[in-house]
Every structure is written in C-alpha cells, then in structure tokens.
Design a protein around this ligand. Sequence first.
Ligand code: A2P
Length: 339
Amino acid sequence: DAYDVAVVGATGAVGETMIEILEQRDFPVRNLYPLASSRSAGKTIKFKGKSVTVTDLAEFDFSKAQIGLFSAGGSISAEYAPKAGAAGCVVIDNTSHFRRDEDIPLVVPEVNIEALAGYTKRNIIANPNCSTIQMLVALKPIYDAVGIERINVATYQAVSGTGKEAIEELAGQTARLLNGQEAECEVYPKQIAFNALPHIDTFQDNGYTREEMKMVWETQKIFGDASIKVNPTCVRIPVFYGHSEAVHIETAEKLSAEQARELMRNAPGVTLMDERADGGYPTAVTEATGKDPVFVGRIREDISHPRGLDMWIVADNVRKGAALNSVQIAECLIGTYLD
Ligand code: A2P
C-alpha cells in the first residue's frame, strides 16, 4: 500500500527535513503534496530524484491526501488541521496548537505509542515539543523502572528550532561581528551570536516562558502522570542544529548510575556515550546533527540528593525533535490503523 502525503510548511526548516526523512526511510508515498504560502507556490523541491511543485496551502483540497504532516506555525494549524481532518486526512501536527487538547493524542513512539489510538476523535495527532521529546525518550526506561518524582532541567537549544530566519540571523550576526560590524537583531530580542538567551517563546504570568511550561505540561500528558514535577529553564544558544539538556532527576526509588547506564544501553531510540574521559560525552554538533538517536552521557549520582541522578541528553531538534518523530508517528499509523 502507498499513501498520498501532504507536507504543510514544505519550504521551512522542519518541512524540508520531513520530506528528506520520508525519502530516507522509504515511507510508502504515492503522491507527495508540498504545501506552503502563496509566496512559494510554483517553486519546486526534489523528492526521490524528481521535481515536485509546491502548492499554495490555501488552495489545496485535503481529500486528496490520507496523511498531512504540518509544520507551518500554530495559527496555520489552527485553521487548516481541522479542515484536513474533516476531509479524511489524518494530521500529524508539529505545532503546539493542539498538544494540550484532551481529545488529541500527544505521541512519542518510544514512550507512549498506545496513546495513538485516540486519534480518530478528530483525525489529529500532536507531535510534542522538541525539548520534551528527547528528554522523555531517555527518561522513559528510568520512569518505568523506579519512578521519577521530579525533573530539574536546563536546556541549551539550537536556533533551527525557531526556523530558517533564525538560522540566517545567527550566521549573519556571526559574520558581521567577525568583520567588526554591528550585529542586527530581528528574530531574537538580543544578539544570539556568541551569547546565551534565557528566553524561548513568550513569558507567562508565573515568570516561566511558554517553552518551559510546554516541558511541564507535555511531560505530564505523555507519561500520563499529573503528579510528576518538572522545573525547566530553557536557553537559546548559538548552535545551528541539536538541543542539549542538563537533566537532574529525583527518582522514587534509588537508582545507581550503573543501573541507569544499563537501562540506557537497552532503551529504544537511545545511544549511550558515557566515558568518564575527555570527549567521552555526546555533543550537538559532533554527534547529534543529522542523526536519529537521542544521545545520553554524563550519567552520575547527584552528590546533593540521596535519590538524585544527573545526565546530559542531546538530539537533533529538527529530526527527533520534530520531523523524524512525526514520520515515526506516521509509520505507526499506517502499520496499525490505515489501510
Ligand atoms: P513559505 O516559505 O512560503 O513562507 P520556518 O519554520 O523554517 O520559518 O518555515 C515556515 C514554513 O511555514 C514555511 O514552509 C512557510 O512557507 C510556511 N508558511 C508560513 N506562513 C504560511 C501560510 N500563511 N500559509 C502556508 N504556509 C505558510
């Protein structure tokens, strides 16, 4: 069997990678419909060696597709995902718009694939936030083995999570500054080159940013555990691809570093890289960029807490954090539910 697949936001950082991953994983695509704004209509993209023309989203008839991969922003999904769903196209939405809706499953295949069954209510499945996905792929086996009461996490997030304009802003600022010129800030409120910004998405009344609150809400929803405590600080850093996270957990029962390492060795979607030596840990640029796994290192027992464990978790935010996770959801969908 093969499927007609629409990619909404096909010219964006995530959409382009979605199309690349559909090809790399040999997803059974009959017709590919790359969709974007009217600005991009008529451009062509490459898929399996052929040129395919980009269509204006506003003019597309979603009854022509069985699967829609959406990554063009929350307001676009708000408008078009329900229309697509009603036309019989199952939407896998990469934006945050539907993630908290009770009747929409929020799925990481390695963590809660059982939740996928609920998609039929609205024909929409939500893809979680990039930082949440990589953290939960690594924490799931620990959660199942000994329970997790609390997560303290600081993220070091790449600019590609913001989109193509942010990738250009980092490159442009870096070049200008190295040439003795002034940095121009358009996408971010402060200089991102050679800097670290403790600010991702909008500020909330409680002083956390929305990105930080996504990690709280989504962890609770995906683990199906409203009692798990999550305390994040999300930081944007001048890296193009790959999010890093310093994660400190408090488990319900004591877990040794060696037991945690053993769990990581057997965890689906995880690659353990944990030599206690120079360079014996994963990094965004050297290990994660362009790769599928979530890389874990620096596992150690927290000297300040009897049931504390520290770890370093890295993944390609555009792949596992977005495009790959969406395509994996689509693979589960066709494997189990669609004819
Ligand atoms: P376009 O290139 O035509 O603007 P990124 O996250 O990298 O910034 O990419 C955003 C993606 O969402 C792009 O593919 C962009 O298409 C698409 N997009 C933005 N606004 C719209 C819109 N109004 N209708 C359809 N697609 C849109």
